[in-house]
Write a protein that binds this ligand. Structure first.
Ligand code: FCB
Length: 477
């Protein structure tokens, strides 16, 4: 007899999306252009020339999408606000039509009993701000705080959790380092400036939201922390490679955000790139605000080797191809191919990494509540003759990673929720529509939504808080 594994009744089950990936309506309702409009419309940068112009047409189909979330029995929905939809130029005038869209969405979610978990920045910077230097420019952080303040005033306490930023690692290093994400710049100094200005933006925005809504308001940030291993744990060179990668990937964010200073070793490691003089007096205090929920996105693991020679890191993030490394100043560190199985992204499937990450955070920051704000997998899905999408590999991926979250929870880690990436197939950045992460399939010809087996499976989990077997697909839901 197998024992049924259960989650606490108040564990939050959700699913996540992001504005540019699902909304479409790129030039409707007074929306201004974002860096992702510019990037995706530049020939050769996104697979098959795909853009977010139409995406899942969520801008028009949101009532249907909320109905799906409700039928999935989800407690919460994590979505992002498109900054250029509510403030087309990123400063100055706000756009009432854009604000009304999110007000209606939030109200409809609340009516349906679904908690809105809002991300203020999931990568779609207003193009006008990029024209003034983007995240390499300190002013962008100040503008972001004004936008955050306005959203707090408009959406108020109906929002359950305010997430300032999604994966600032990607915004900084992929946007300004390797250039595989918008704005596509390959400038090491700008990438590190972006890291700091994103951290600052988080602190300023969190403070602004609290000023409007009070100290009890739940502020959060979502990080894609890297679980990295060493080729040879006994090699001093590999140990140092790991320390440096952990510094760039994890500690440059975690330490200022949760401890209020920058890690000295990382500043030292990168001094050949910049002297970090753009960190102004008082900045680290501004960055350091209470974070009620730390969002963690987890997909896979990596392995490094110190080579002692400048033979180059590769772009190991799986988000796109570039001859520029996102790992600033780490040309002597090599990323090794990971053993399979892999998802369609080429990312290795390693549920143990999820437990490891949560447990290590729990040890380091025992009083910090955590939430898994993204986890999921892209596979080549097919619609079968019976009209269904039997995505067994995605079901197995979700099952094993959710079990890994439960392992961390049972080990005493304060992890409060899990959000499947993604509710819908959508625009997967540099990979366009070729990579499908949804538990609901989107037919890009008709924009029709079809529940994959993973959606039926997840709906049962969300209803019962018991982990169903991978074969337990109940279409009767
Ligand atoms: C994360 C992003 C999300 C999606 C998944 C697959 O890095 O936050 O938008 O692209 O990866």
């Amino acid at each position: 007899m197998t024992t049924v594994r259960s989650f606490p009744a108040d564990f939050v089950w959700g699913s996540a999306t992001a504005a540019y990936q699902i909304e479409g309506a790129a030039s409707e309702g007074g929306r201004g252009p974002s860096i992702w409009d510019t990037y995706s419309h530049t020939p050769g940068l996104v697979k098959n020339g795909d853009t977010g112009d139409v995406a899942d047409d969520h801008y028009h189909r949101w009532p249907e999408d909320i109905e799906h979330i409700r039928k999935l029995n989800l407690d919460a929905y994590r979505f992002s606000i498109s900054w250029p939809r509510v403030q087309p130029g990123g400063s100055g005038e706000f756009n009432p039509e854009g604000i009304a869209f999110y007000k209606t969405l939030v109200a409809a979610l609340v009516d349906a009993g679904i908690k809105p978990v809002v991300t203020l920045y999931h990568w779609d910077l207003p193009q006008e701000l990029e024209d003034q230097g983007g995240w390499a420019n300190r002013q962008t952080a100040l503008n972001f705080a004004e936008y955050a303040r306005k959203m707090a005033e408009e959406l108020g306490n109906d929002v359950d959790v305010w997430t300032t930023l999604n994966e600032p690692w990607c915004s900084a290093y992929l946007g300004y380092g390797s250039g595989v994400h918008a704005p596509g710049r390959t400038e090491p100094v700008s990438a590190l400036r972006a890291v700091h200005h994103l951290n600052l933006a988080h602190g300023l925005a969190g403070r602004a939201i609290r000023e409007v809504l009070g100290e009890e308001t739940q502020i959060s940030i979502t990080l894609n922390l890297h679980v990295t291993r060493m080729a040879d744990p006994h090699s001093l060179q590999d140990q140092d490679a790991l320390r440096r990668i952990d510094g760039l990937a994890n500690r440059l964010f975690l330490v200022p955000l949760l401890e209020g200073h920058y890690p000295d070793d990382v500043l030292e490691d990168t001094k050949g790139v910049t002297d970090w003089s753009f960190i102004e007096d008082g900045d680290t205090e501004l960055i350091h605000i209470p974070v009620q929920i730390l969002g963690v996105n987890y997909y896979s693991t990596g392995m490094v080797q110190g080579t002692g020679a400048g033979d180059g890191t590769s772009d190991n993030d799986g988000h796109g191809n570039s001859s520029h490394s996102p790992w600033i100043g780490s040309e002597d560190i090599k990323w090794l191919p990971m053993p399979g199985p892999h998802t369609q992204m080429g990312w290795n499937i390693d549920p143990g990494g999820m437990t490891e990450l949560l447990v290590s955070l729990g040890k380091k920051y025992p009083d910090q509540p955590l939430m898994v704000t993204e986890n999921g997998a892209a596979f080549i899905d097919e619609v079968s003759a019976d009209g269904r999408v039997h995505d067994d590999r995605r079901v197995a991926y979700l099952h094993d990673h959710i079990a890994a979250v439960l392992d961390a929870h049972d080990a005493g880690v304060d992890v409060r929720g899990y959000f499947a990436w993604s509710l819908l197939d959508n625009f997967e950045w540099a990979w366009g529509y070729e990579r499908r992460f949804g538990i609901i399939r989107v037919d890009y010809e008709t924009l029709k939504r079809i529940w994959k087996d993973s959606a039926f499976w997840y709906a049962k989990l969300a209803r019962t808080s018991e982990l169903p077997a991978t074969t337990d697909i109940d279409y009767a839901i």
